[in-house]
Design a protein around this ligand. Structure first.
Ligand code: B12
Length: 476
């Protein structure tokens, strides 16, 4: 018997869809699976004690979705909480403990060591978890478990990441309490693919999901939407890095949803790259139920678009906004201020351009969360070693440790970069502006970590992507 534990307690709560898939896949292989969802209980330690007083699983799997909130100046870090949960589980059961999830997969060795777990699985969990259970029962050949990371003596061994090229993800979605997540979280996730081939210099997705898009069959995606609909969940958020990469698959998924008349029964939101996007895709997405798109636009200054390695030109940003408006799709543009080479002039240039294109809203994030091995981390070092780099923003002392939330803001933005960006936005209500240069309690920002405004709005019936809920609450 296997016990899966969701450790993510952030609010508004996001359904742990990875665990939904894992439990369903393991049950199909004949395993008995218990689910312990610490997000939906009042006292996690008490729930763990009660559970292990009566259950003796062979393996306990903990999911670790977010290692931090990726949001400056929030910079909340969740590894100490995970280590606490591992310690408590260890005290309550002799079963080995395995970790998984995106937060784990970005830093597989560091999180394994610092949390004290026995194993980790980097990448997809469906096949790997069942393979681990099989090895625990038989020869214990850890080298045969995809993505497995494990300590042996003073060394850490790591198999190649578990990124199977053919995706057979179960579509039942019946292992977690999706209706409660819908009621408290306002939308529930659904994947059409995994992995991202784009080159954005700052992104962690290729580290956790691989840099090849691995596609699900459109029929499976539609089956899953129907399974969620049958549970009363009719607002979805796609969990693809970018829905339109590759575009052919996006068209095929939309056709399947339209063919099953799901477009009339569900509303959904997605992240998209600015290119490729055209009238045909916008129209299909709308007919398939798409209510809103968040585009990874990053900047409108040509210099910063080049730095971020975005393949689009700013004219294409204006085009996608226009197409969304024409087809009645709400549109958010995501901006990332403060990358290497950013100056007050490039910030002003981007803001002016976004104001002219007139999206429903624009998220003005400030500061790049640096991940090891990314081009952003390498470029940041051109301002000097990270320990003495004037662009580094962090809330911890001592040597630079990228496992902890560590951000880069171009030093050319001065000592108060958030104030500068806010002044340039000039109170335009379409922007979610950087909160402040220091964290504020109950800040009215668009960090979805402990966002009480969102929690309240959802409790009062708001549904949809969080940006869509928040922008409807913006003054003006
Ligand atoms: C969609 C999405 C959102 C949507 C979620 C919508 C929804 N209803 O689900 C929204 C916009 C709400 C959102 C919010 C946030 N997100 Co987000 N999100 C994503 C995205 C694109 C997909 C996540 C997902 O569900 N994937 C699909 C599931 C099936 O995959 P999975 O969870 O990884 O599970 C698989 C494996 O990891 C593994 N696995 C999972 N658990 C376990 C457990 C065990 C034991 C094992 C063995 C394996 C295993 O097996 C699963 C199946 O193969 C990812 C990036 C990405 N491409 O993954 C970012 C991502 C996870 N988010 C991120 C962040 C930071 C956040 C926020 C904190 C941002 C903020 N400050 O507001 C919030 C947190 C919200 C919350 N309550 O947790 C970061 C996390 C990085 C980090 N440093 O930790 C990511 C990686 C984006 C990024 N590149 O920076 N997010």
């Amino acid at each position: 018997m296997l016990t899966l534990v969701n450790t993510n307690r952030m609010t508004p709560p996001i359904a742990p869809i990875g665990l939904d898939y894992l439990a369903c896949a393991a049950r199909r292989q004949g395993e008995t699976v218990d689910m312990l969802d610490l997000c939906l209980v009042d006292d996690p330690a008490c729930s763990l004690r009660e559970y292990f007083a009566h259950s003796q699983p062979e393996l306990v799997g903990l999911s670790f979705r977010n290692i931090d909130d990726c949001f400056w100046p929030g910079a909340a870090w969740f590894l100490p909480d995970l280590a606490g949960t591992v310690g408590l589980v260890r005290a309550l059961t002799d079963a080995p403990i395995v970790l998984g999830g995106v937060g784990y997969s970005i830093f597989p060795e560091e999180v394994l060591v610092q949390s004290g777990a026995d194993f980790g699985i980097r990448g997809d969990g469906e096949t790997a978890l069942v393979a681990l259970v099989a090895e625990l029962r038989a020869e214990r050949r850890w080298d045969r478990v995809p993505g497995l990371v494990w300590p042996s003596g003073t060394a850490i061994h790591a198999n190649a990441a578990s990124w199977p090229s053919s995706l057979a993800v179960p579509a039942a979605r019946d292992a977690i309490d999706n209706p409660t997540y819908f009621r408290r979280g306002g939308q529930v996730g659904l994947e059409t693919k995994r992995g991202c081939p784009r080159q954005c210099i700052y992104c962690a997705d290729p580290l956790a999901k691989g840099n090849v898009a691995r596609l699900r069959s459109p029929a499976d995606v539609a089956d899953e939407a129907e399974a969620l609909l049958a549970q009363g969940v009719d607002v979805l958020h796609l969990c693809d890095s970018e829905f339109n990469i590759p575009a052919g698959h996006a068209h095929a998924v939309c056709d399947e949803l339209i063919g099953r008349r799901l477009g009339d029964r569900v509303r959904w939101y997605a992240y998209l790259a600015v290119v490729p996007f055209d009238d045909g895709l916008a129209s299909r997405m709308r007919r398939a139920g798409c209510a809103g798109i968040n585009f990874t636009s990053d900047a409108a200054s040509p210099a910063m678009l080049r730095t971020y390695r975005q393949p689009h030109r700013r004219e294409e940003i204006a085009k996608v906004v226009h197409l969304c408006r024409r087809h009645g799709i709400a549109v958010m543009l995501d901006l990332l201020f403060g990358g290497p080479g950013e100056t007050p002039e490039t910030v002003a240039e981007s803001i002016r351009f976004f104001q002219q294109t007139d999206p429903n809203c624009a998220g003005a994030a400030l500061g790049i969360r640096l991940y090891p091995g990314t081009e952003a981390a390498r470029l940041a070092e051109t301002d000097g070693p990270l320990d003495r780099n004037p662009g580094i923003h962090r809330r911890y002392e001592g040597p630079i440790d990228l496992v902890r939330p560590t951000f880069y803001v171009s030093p050319a933005l001065g000592d108060h970069p958030a104030r500068l960006v806010r002044e340039l936005i000039g109170g335009d209500p379409r922007f979610f502006e950087p909160a402040s240069d220091v964290p504020q309690p109950a800040a009215a920002d668009y960090n979805y970590n402990e966002n009480q405004r969102l929690v309240n709005a959802i409790a009062q019936g708001a549904r949809g992507a969080y940006w869509d809920i928040l922008r409807r609450m913006q003054p003006g």
